[in-house]
Design a binder for this molecule. Structure first.
Ligand SMILES: C=C(O[C@@H]1C=C(C(=O)O)C=C[C@H]1O)C(=O)O
Length: 365
């Protein structure tokens, strides 16, 4: 026998009992989250004018819960949930203002929420320079800017700005990037133009050559600008995040069109200070070598001698017009760790130029 909703009575009794338990757990969850928020408020008072956002403390909380995660939720999901709870708790102390490369709907906006949760003032800026400027002038507390993509390499503008800026790196965000091809109406047929940020176009070049060999590729300042144009041009499509489709009233033509399935962008979080040690940290630095044979090897030798691993080495013209180069290095450890501190002091004595850009918690794998 079935009831009106089409379920058998024994099934609906079981469902009812399970839902009653879920309701009771939700009550407990809410009580506990409220208690947590009240404690965060007390921490806020105890901080007495000290910095509110503590990236190292948040990283430690995330790691502890990921390690003790009993399942069935994935580690990523546990991280997302606890970061959202911390975001809400932080907001009862103070709402954090975070500048990012806008407009709304960009991958940079996703990176802001991945790191800071949704209870933030996310400020869409026109370009990467404006993100730095917002923090330097006190209009924002932090900036989140792209620094490197796993398919397409370094974001040169970010590297150039970070050398000159008084800001420090206090965090990194790793964001898997899935590109979506969207247009106003229809499928692949009749697409004559594809908009996208240069990085997005570069990440999808093989897919585009295979599926839309005759479409013109037009690079625009952001994928959101591409979405805005595609919404008005029936023969155009754009690349971008799936979130942009909903935001600009576009329909998805094809999902995950990036050439590399593991396509990931690394973002930097910049603020007035770097982070305190969290137990699993990275340190970013930039150095200039004297124009002598073996100079770069001499600069890197202290890291090798101290057994410090390097996760990135990138060279960039020093913009002096004389074929001088700057070398960007990311190494494991915090600049306050004895081994790394000694190695950095040694590099400083050998380098023509050394700037420590900041130490910060390593993002979860
Ligand atoms: C509550 C605090 O402030 C903020 C909020 C945190 C949280 O909700 O767990 C952790 C670190 C800070 O970013 C704290 O410093 O402990």
């Amino acid at each position: 026998m079935k009831d009106q909703a089409g379920t058998r009575p024994d099934v609906s009794a079981e469902l009812g009992a399970l839902r009653a338990r879920i309701d009771s757990i939700d009550d407990t969850l809410l009580a506990l989250i409220s208690e947590r928020a009240a404690l965060a408020q007390q921490v806020g008072h105890a901080k007495q004018g000290e910095r509110i956002y503590r990236p190292e403390r948040e990283a430690q909380i995330v790691r502890r819960l990921r390690e003790s995660n009993p399942g069935p939720l994935s580690g990523e999901t546990v991280e997302r949930l606890i970061r959202e709870i911390m975001s809400a708790c932080r907001a009862v102390e103070e709402v954090t203002r975070v500048a990012y490369l806008g407009p709304a709907g960009t991958f940079s906006e996703q990176a802001v929420h991945k790191q800071f949760g949704h209870e933030v003032d996310a400020l869409a800026e026109a370009d990467i320079d404006a993100c730095f400027h917002a923090v330097e002038t006190g209009r924002a507390d932090f900036a989140v800017v792209p620094v490197e993509n796993s398919t397409d390499g370094a974001v040169g503008r970010t590297l150039d700005l970070v050398v000159a800026s008084p800001l420090s790196i206090c965090g990194e965000v790793m964001l898997p990037i899935h590109q979506t091809l969207m247009r106003k109406h229809g499928d692949l047929d009749g697409i004559r133009r594809v908009y996208g940020h240069a990085q997005s176009l570069a990440q999808c070049q093989h897919w585009l050559s295979r599926h839309l060999p005759d479409a013109e590729r037009v690079s625009v300042v952001s994928n959101s600008e591409g979405a805005r144009r595609a919404a008005a041009e029936p023969v155009a499509a754009t690349l971008g995040s799936e979130a942009a489709a909903a935001l600009y009233g576009l329909s998805v033509v094809a999902a995950r069109v990036e050439d590399e399935a593991s396509n990931t962008t690394r973002f930097l979080v910049l603020g007035a200070h770097d982070a305190a040690p969290s137990g699993r940290d990275k340190t970013s630095l930039v150095m200039g070598a004297k124009n002598q044979p073996g100079a770069v090897v001499k600069l890197l030798q202290p890291l090798a001698d101290a057994g410090v691993s390097m996760s990135k080495f990138e060279s960039r013209p020093a913009r002096s017009g004389t074929w001088e180069y700057l070398f960007f290095v990311v190494c494991e450890g915090h600049r306050k760790d004895a081994r790394l501190a000694a190695a950095l002091a040694e590099i400083d004595s050998r380098a023509a130029f050394l700037k420590i850009l900041g130490s910060y918690p390593a993002a979860s794998a």
